[in-house]
Design a protein around this ligand. Structure first.
Ligand code: WT7
Length: 635
């Protein structure tokens, strides 16, 4: 028995030990017993972090959609696979059974094939949280095309960069999207992006908001009529274990976004296994993850992980505050949600509202509460635990990353005793290490350091699309023979981990991972701006907000500062997206720099956080006098 489902703490330790001592046997058993393979692997694992090269289940052949859909049809064809809850609560919810999902995915797959999409082609998906989004991912996987989902809150420039980076020939988009009381002209954003994307041949357009859009002849096609004429059966493309399944972009601390490449078999096995255990999913449960499928959380824990387990997974199109701040709790009550998975930023926003929003609804169906995306602070943890979970639904604070594909450090509910703000123990198969500045592993408990992983797990990203060197430099060069996460962490007296936050120039705003460089590049596009630096500072709801220090050119000096601030945020919106707007912009005559010309962000960060009493040694700066000026004018 492979211990697919862990039910008590002793079992956790026993299975964990096995997964570390005999990782190949362990994962082979999980893979063999719980998935369908067209051909078994020749080799469970080969790896070399120094190259880096990682291969799981080499030689195996499979199609992930057979595992997520076809195999459930015999026993669960009429079970709801996806519940679609629309933005507007007056619009009826859709209950898509596994039979329906099979039909919809096959039709979409056939449409893609007719349009010329071939195995290995990249398909960009730019859609709101509507069923066609999940169906598009699965349709690509059905025919072996590599999907690249771009979150539909990204700007046209960000979309164009991502389309060009992986040379997508096809885009699936919609006329628009609903977001609370607003609707957004997504097609307009796509049109603007595609002016810079010569690689795109075809855009398939879903009708969602029924707005007037321009359809470019020879390029844009309405999807529905094609689906109406497509066959509801599509023979799956048989894929190799290590064939890419998708690309998903994540921001780095420097340069352009990194297209993380996830492959088929290992990703499937790990996301399915973690889903089952981290949420203790049982057959009749209804599971809801509030993330957008545009992020890895949605890929792994709305689509692939749940469907591989034959689960019922909810897709919510809307936002937590529409029509009012009770919406999440109404949905929990309406669909009798058993597992609820959200982000600390949402928890903090909801905790600020009148408690009656939560109390008005019956939340007794809830059994497991999840948190992901950033450290959850003590106050938010307790509110979630007490008000939403009534102290009887364990909180799983799940630490992981786009790059890890699946959850890495987490409690297992009803198994691991929880501790506020702690992600607790490594999941089965995960071997964390804390490292010091000299590259040595820090052993023992009650220590802190940089969080690395010592051994591969099945869903680790295999490369950065088109730039393997950058993959090596970013993740495998800071510490020899280890995957470096970019996070700091501490390990307490019993071996529980608490993630303390990024140690690089990535700032997490409302759970969105933002690199400083692309935002600074955008600011510097403003004709009046000479130079800029951004840092994060604590924010009640967003976790962190952005603080920008901007040096103006002479031409900008006489200008109205508030107008400039608006213009700068406008440029950021265009280049990166509204998520990256600055909360505070301080104009300054200089930025503190080292003698080698590197901006000392540490000092700027402290000033933004109003922590000016221990700025450390500033005497070695090239321009120490600027520090006082910045302090005097701080916002
Ligand atoms: C970064 C990865 C993986 C899903 C969403 C984010 C931070 C994520 C936690 C947590 C503390 C967390 C880390 C990580 N993070 N979950 N439970 N506690 N920090 O994916 O955009 O790739 O961001 O999010 O800093 O490195 P991502």
């Amino acid at each position: 028995m492979s211990n697919y489902h862990i039910k008590h703490l002793e079992e956790y330790y026993q299975v964990y030990r096995k997964s570390v001592r005999e990782p190949e046997n362990f994962w082979a058993e999980v893979a063999e017993e719980h998935f369908i393979w067209r051909k078994k692997w020749n080799n469970v694992l080969s790896w070399d972090f120094r190259k880096p090269e990682i291969k799981w289940f080499e030689g195996a052949k499979l199609n992930i959609t057979e595992n997520c859909i076809d195999r459930h049809l015999r026993t669960k064809g009429d079970k709801t696979a996806i519940i679609f809850e629309p933005n507007n609560p007056d619009e009826v919810a859709q209950y898509i059974t596994y039979n329906d999902l099979y039909d919809r995915v096959c039709k979409m797959a056939n449409v893609l094939k007719e349009q010329g999409v071939k195995k290995g082609d990249r398909v960009c998906i730019y859609l709101p949280m509507i069923p066609e989004l999940a169906v598009s991912l699965l349709a690509c996987a059905r025919i072996g095309a590599i999907h690249s989902v771009v979150f539909a809150g990204f700007s046209s420039k960000a979309l164009a960069t991502r389309i060009n980076d992986s040379e997508c020939k096809f885009v699936i988009a919609s006329d628009g999207s609903y977001r609370g009381s607003k609707s957004i002209d997504l097609k307009g954003i796509v049109d603007e992006a595609l002016e810079q994307c010569p690689c795109v041949q075809t855009v398939l357009v879903v009708k969602r908001v029924h707005s007037e859009v321009t359809m470019k002849a020879g390029r844009d096609i309405w999807l529905q009529p094609l689906l109406d004429n497509a066959s509801g059966d599509c023979v799956p493309e048989i894929m190799d274990a290590e064939d890419p399944l998708f690309i998903l972009y994540t921001s780095g601390s420097t340069g352009k976004p990194k297209g993380m490449v996830h492959t088929t078999a290992g990703y499937m096995v790990y996301t399915a296994y973690t889903f089952k255990n981290v949420f203790q999913y049982k057959d009749d449960d209804v599971y809801w993850c509030t993330a957008d499928i545009g992020w890895i959380t949605g890929h792994s824990y709305i689509v692939y992980g749940p469907l591989a387990n034959g689960a019922t997974t909810v897709m919510f199109e809307g936002v937590p505050h529409y029509p009012d701040f009770g919406r999440f709790w109404q949905i929990v009550d309406k669909h009798k949600i058993n597992q609820f998975y959200t982000a600390p930023t949402a928890i903090r926003a909801l905790a600020k509202q009148n408690i009656s929003f939560a109390e008005a609804q019956d939340l007794s169906s809830l059994r497991v509460l999840g948190s992901v995306g950033e450290p959850i602070n003590e106050e938010a943890w307790h509110w979630y635990n007490d008000i939403i979970g009534k102290k009887k639904s364990p909180i799983v604070d799940t630490w992981w990353q786009t790059e890890t594909g699946g959850i890495m450090i987490t409690p297992i509910p009803f198994v691991t005793p929880t501790k506020p703000t702690y992600a607790t123990l490594p999941f089965i198969g995960i071997q964390p290490a804390l490292m010091d500045e000299n590259g040595e592993e820090i052993k023992g408990n009650q220590v802190d350091g940089r969080l690395c992983i010592k051994f591969p797990w099945p869903s680790i990203a295999r490369t950065i699309w088109g730039d393997h060197q950058r993959y090596k430099d970013t993740y495998f060069s800071a510490f020899d023979n280890k995957y470096f996460t970019g996070d700091g962490a501490l390990r307490d007296e019993v071996g529980y981990y608490r993630i303390t936050g990024r140690v690089d120039d990535v700032i997490i705003v409302s759970g969105h991972n933002l690199g400083t460089a692309p935002i600074e590049d955008a600011i510097n596009e403003h004709p009046a701006v000479a130079e800029s630096a951004i840092v994060g500072f604590p924010h009640d709801i967003k976790g962190n907000a952005l603080y920008g220090y901007v040096i103006l050119k002479e031409t900008g000096e006489g200008r109205d500062h508030n107008n400039l601030r608006n213009e700068i945020n406008q440029i950021i919106t265009e280049h990166v997206g509204p998520i990256a707007k600055l909360d505070k912009i301080q104009f300054t005559s200089g930025l503190p720099k080292t003698r080698s010309g590197k901006i000392m962000r540490r000092i700027l960060r402290k000033i933004a956080c109003k922590d000016i009493n221990n700025l450390g040694d500033t005497s070695t700066l090239l321009n120490p006098e600027v520090v006082q000026e910045i302090i005097d004018n701080a916002l």
